[in-house]
Design a protein around this ligand. Structure first.
Ligand code: AMP
Length: 397
């Protein structure tokens, strides 16, 4: 079965065509600057990356171009549109309505639209992508895979905030969590890789990318996660502050003469390791270079980042009354040995010790880093959200 996986943003769209039997990627790429001018990136498995400047005023036109590229007689990955058996769509927010993936019907789309308020930057864009695909491929089944779904197993004590209860009842203010597809994929794979029984395991997943979150997965189900109502809560991220004293918002608003939108812009886009280095890069490759060059602010930002991750691991060890394995994943978790080492330095009380040499040499590969086979295991497990979406799509159909 060929599954087209679509991750649609407001002006961009990433896609992968995955053969669900071999789980190989037949083609992948992205459309950028949709509604502005338009650029299509297309790469067939084993082929060169092709970049085409092409007008794409709407998402429908962008997806048309993707389909054209996929069936192109010279460089296409398939012979015709009929070879796309299903489309799996990433949907950011499913609220409390969706605890698992779902076949996209008119009724379901209306229910997703009701979650738009909770993710105003993401859900409307996801819906535009879904509708465009439905118009272009009306007979192909479509599945929605939610970033929030995996976290719906959290108990009330983990998802309720200490706020007036009416806000939960009236406005659904609660912790939802994000990166669920990744946390689900990585926790399952961690158990397999380490030979643990998922149903009797306590796993902490540290998804450390530009957006970053930690989750506690007990017996295969999420019991807590660091992102909240929105992806702003929790870890210090590339440009997001993560947890702060909420009173800082009023204080900064007064000092800097900002309205609430202005403060939110600061917390979402001008904070994190970028803000901590006075508007420097949020990319850990650059931060590592800066540290080498003696930039103390960069060193401090990375320290703060790692300390926060370690504190969440400590909290989630308590939440599960123990931990069997800790998995690092996503861009930073998979590639930045410095971060993994610094985080693990705080975990000696759990008996964690890692093989320094192996840690330094691990880039994006499944690897056990811990040295003591009897203690808490620490590993790197690359995430693959597209494959997870393809698997979910096939499982549902
Ligand atoms: P993600 O959001 O998972 O795509 O992660 C993106 C982030 O991972 C980038 O902003 C970098 O900070 C980091 N990253 C990705 N690849 C590397 C690498 N090879 N070395 C260091 N950092 C990396």
């Amino acid at each position: 079965m060929n599954v087209l996986v679509i991750n649609c943003g407001s002006s961009s769209l990433k896609y992968q065509l995955i053969d669900s039997v071999s789980e190989s990627v037949k083609a992948k790429g992205l459309c950028e600057r949709i509604g502005i001018d338009g650029r299509l990136v297309y790469q067939k498995a084993g082929g060169e990356k092709e970049i085409t400047e092409a007008a794409m005023p709407t998402h429908k036109q962008a997806i048309s171009l993707v389909i054209e590229a996929l069936v192109n007689p010279k460089s296409g990955a398939i012979g015709s549109l009929d070879e796309i058996d299903a489309v799996g769509h990433r949907v950011v927010h499913g609220g409390e309505k969706f605890a698992s993936s779902v076949l996209l019907t008119d009724e379901v789309l209306a229910a997703i639209e009701e979650c738009n308020d909770l993710a105003p930057l993401h859900n409307p864009a996801n819906l535009i992508g879904i509708n465009a695909c439905r118009e272009l491929m009306p007979s192909v089944p479509m599945v929605g895979v939610f970033d929030t779904a995996f976290h719906q197993t959290m108990p009330k004590k983990a998802y309720l905030y200490g706020l007036p209860y009416e806000y939960y009842e009236k406005y659904k203010v609660r912790r939802y969590g994000f990166h669920g597809t990744s946390h689900s994929f990585v926790s399952k794979r961690t158990a397999e890789f380490l030979g643990l029984d998922l149903k009797q395991s306590k796993i902490i997943v540290a998804h450390l990318g530009n957006g970053a979150s930690v989750s506690a997965v007990k017996n295969g189900a999420c019991v807590d996660t660091s992102m909240g109502l929105t992806p702003l809560e929790g870890l210090v991220m590339g440009t997001r502050s993560g947890d702060i004293d909420p009173a800082i918002m009023e204080y900064i608003a007064k000092k800097e003469d900002l309205d609430i939108e202005g403060v939110m812009e600061v917390l979402n886009k001008k904070s994190g390791v970028s803000g901590m280095t006075r508007g420097g890069s949020s990319d850990f490759r650059d931060l590592q270079e800066e540290i080498k060059a003696g930039n103390e602010l960069a060193a401090t930002a990375v320290d703060v980042f790692c300390y926060r991750v370690a504190k969440y691991i400590g909290a989630y060890t308590a939440a599960m009354n123990g931990v069997d394995a800790i998995a690092f994943t996503a861009g930073i978790g998979e590639n930045v040995a410095l971060v993994r080492r610094k985080v693990c330095e705080y975990l000696g009380y759990l008996g964690v010790s890692i093989d320094e040499e192996r840690n330094e040499k691990t880039f994006g590969e499944e690897t056990v880093l811990s040295t003591d086979p009897s203690g808490v295991k620490v590993c790197v497990i690359p995430t693959n959200e597209e494959l997870a979406i393809a698997r979910e799509t096939v499982a549902l159909l």
